[in-house]
Ligand binder design. Sequence first.
Ligand code: DP6
Length: 400
Amino acid sequence: MSVYQATASAPVNIACIKYWGKRDTKLILPTNSSLSVTLDQDHLRSTTTSRADPSFQKDRLWLNGSEDEIKDGGRLATCIKEMKALRKQLEDKDSSLPKISGYFVHISSRNNFPTAAGLASSASGFAALVASLAALYKLPTSQSDLSRIARQGSGSACRSLFGGFVAWQMGELPDGSDSLAVEVAPREHWPDVHALICVVNDEKKGTSSTAGMQRTVDTSPLLQHRIKHVVPERMAAISEAIRARDFDAFARITMQDSNQFHAVALDTEPPIFYMNDVSRAIIALIVEYNRVAVEKTGKLKAAYTYDAGPNAVIYTPKENVKEIVELIIKYFPQAENFKDPFGLFGAAGVQGKVVDGFNGAVSKPFGVGAVKGLIHTRVGDGPRTLGAEEALLGPDGLPK
Ligand code: DP6
């Protein structure tokens, strides 16, 4: 008897131009276009196995080993239904294909990063779900067409269908058919872009992106200005900066857009605060680091960006990562040694020091644990189809 099963992995992406606001909450159609960098799956990824089988009684999904309910009409159910519909179209055209679109599916998904790290896993998770079902159903569908389905799982997930530098074009049609992700440039175009994720300790439960952005749409006048007069120009300018590998322009726009996203959160009623004192101190350090760089060379060397939480992501060309790790660790001592995936530091390890000319008074030093971890990664590739040896479902169709 045939086994119909496939496994795929998908990357995390972190936006430079932020998606914040929906014009259609069911189809997940955004109020503005957005643009992100896909991070390397060697360091951060979701892996998903999907199997279709006539013996299965219903669609089931496990996340990191525990079962998640697939609610009727919910986001998961929508993505699975859309993928089955694409398979059904193929089967209707070619009668030699096994009719597996009518079988229930079992899906097992895992993240290789701890959920406690506070990194958004919905983007990589829904992208891996769609990629594994596309492999299971042997769909000839393009990545952009798949991105339309991932979008209905979580908006930002549509951008994880591509590697490199990715735009989500907001589209204008009411049915969402033109709201999809496109590649601005593959990672090979600009592999020098690295990312340092500062995992900031976060005790309080924040406002979810989904709930927060709708409150912003309903109450923030600043969001209307952003949508109409700011984002369109920035999308064009940052795409140009990426094409020209102009890090200075890329960094300036990225920081401006992170700032404006947090400004519209603050402009929401009641106001939403995603950054905390540690987040703001990291901004102060990067601003001062850039001030010194501009004085010396006229160009910015690093860009911070923050999503709906206190974690910082710092984009920088590879040659600067060492200086920035030294800087962050000087102000935010670590309980554990820095994991050094690119071998930047020798046996002496990280010393904790600042560059010449740096004004050390821009921030106070914090205690151990304020930044609970640093993850060094870089721009990466799009979803990968994996071999059977990586499968997350056992022969019984349950998570291994
Ligand atoms: C701040 O994609 O998580 O990270 O579509 O409701 O699932 P839903 O929201 P989500 O929002 C991401 C918001 C952001 C900015 C971004 O990734 O562009």
